[in-house]
Design a protein around this ligand. Structure first.
Ligand SMILES: NC(=O)c1ccc[n+]([C@@H]2O[C@H](COP(=O)([O-])OP(=O)(O)OC[C@H]3O[C@@H](n4cnc5c(N)ncnc54)[C@H](OP(=O)(O)O)[C@@H]3O)[C@@H](O)[C@H]2O)c1
Length: 292
């Protein structure tokens, strides 16, 4: 892996400084305080927020791409065709592009971003606190900048290189995972409230339990079922709770939850990919569609 250092990069552009784009700016700013970051958005509020995070904010995607050698694409996938129209095709050439857009395939990015070296990543919202679990995949010509992409994403948490075909299930598990866990936490808190515990106390308690359980499983590297069995006393409290989980089909529901989210990621990806392909064909036939 060739190691280009982040200080060899002149400027990082974040196209679409929304929730995940801002989290990336915040994390990178903390890691590399000297790096120039250009952020783009449409609304004034987005630009103000990006400035507050230490980025240069603009609505001009074309300038942002031209002035930067590393570009993060963090608009919603269905806004990507608009960005394509706003940026001169030649501006992408030789740039390092990291797309966090769900579903947009490497082959489509390669075709759309004329001559760029492209990577896809799937972070999650925990990037806001430096705890994203992020999967990355590189295009076939992406070996050269793997180190720099990994270092940048490491500012937001842990990174895992995966083949592209894993990204949809990663989206279903780790991309949507924080929302699923939030729902489970809420349910456990409500259970405690039902028996009389004050809500705040229950909430703080379960957050600590979650953090502690994750640490314990990580440190001991054991199967979760092993830990479960260790704390399940015959005729005790935990086995009664486990029986309830089982009779309500909670485990099966959670398995199906990840499966459903992954399948949806694939469906969205296919739809978006087709829309982008159509847009590229239109742009090829009518170059005046550029809306710059
Ligand atoms: N949220 C997550 O947890 C998460 C996790 C992994 C991946 N992702 C991916 O990250 C991407 C963004 O998601 P998000 O949740 O961060 O959405 P978001 O908060 O809506 O952010 C998207 C941003 O893109 C900006 N934008 C739209 N069109 C633009 C244009 N033509 N030029 C410049 N900026 C433009 C919007 O600006 P305005 O607000 O000014 O309109 C908005 O701030 C999606 O593709 C999603 O698949 C999200």
């Amino acid at each position: 892996m060739k190691s280009k250092r982040l200080n060899e990069i002149n400027s990082l552009a974040v196209i679409g400084a929304g929730k995940i784009g801002s989290a990336i700016i915040k994390a990178v700013r903390k890691c590399y305080s000297d790096l120039t970051i250009i952020a783009t958005g449409r609304r004034e509020k987005t630009l103000v927020q990006a400035r507050e995070l230490g980025a240069i904010a603009t609505r001009d995607n074309n300038e942002a791409v031209k002035k930067s050698d590393f570009i993060v694409l963090s608009v919603k996938p269905y806004h990507f065709p608009v960005v394509l129209r706003q940026v001169e095709r030649s501006a992408w050439r030789d740039k390092i592009i990291l797309s966090v857009m769900a579903g947009v395939k490497l082959s489509t990015l390669r075709e759309a971003l004329n001559g760029a070296v492209v990577y896809r990543a799937m972070p999650n919202i925990n990037a806001l606190v430096g705890y994203s679990a992020t999967a990355i995949t590189a295009d076939s010509n992406g070996e050269e900048y793997k180190g720099i992409v990994e270092r940048l994403l490491s500012c937001m948490g842990t990174v895992y290189w995966v083949p592209e075909e894993i990204l949809d299930v990663w989206t279903g598990l780790a991309g949507s995972g924080p929302a699923f866990l939030a729902e489970i936490i809420d349910a456990l808190v409500l259970g405690a409230v039902a028996v009389g515990m004050p809500r705040d106390l229950a909430y703080n308690a379960i957050l600590d339990v979650l953090e502690g359980t994750a640490k314990l499983l990580k440190n001991r590297r054991i199967h979760p079922v092993e830990m479960r069995d260790e704390v399940t006393t015959p005729a005790g409290t935990t086995i009664k709770g486990l029986m309830m989980l089982e009779s309500e089909g909670v485990k099966a529901a959670l398995m199906k939850t990840v499966e459903a989210a992954s399948i949806r990621a694939t469906e969205i990806g296919e739809k978006i990919d087709k829309a982008i392909q159509r847009e590229l064909r239109k742009m090829g036939e009518n170059p005046e569609l550029m809306v710059r």
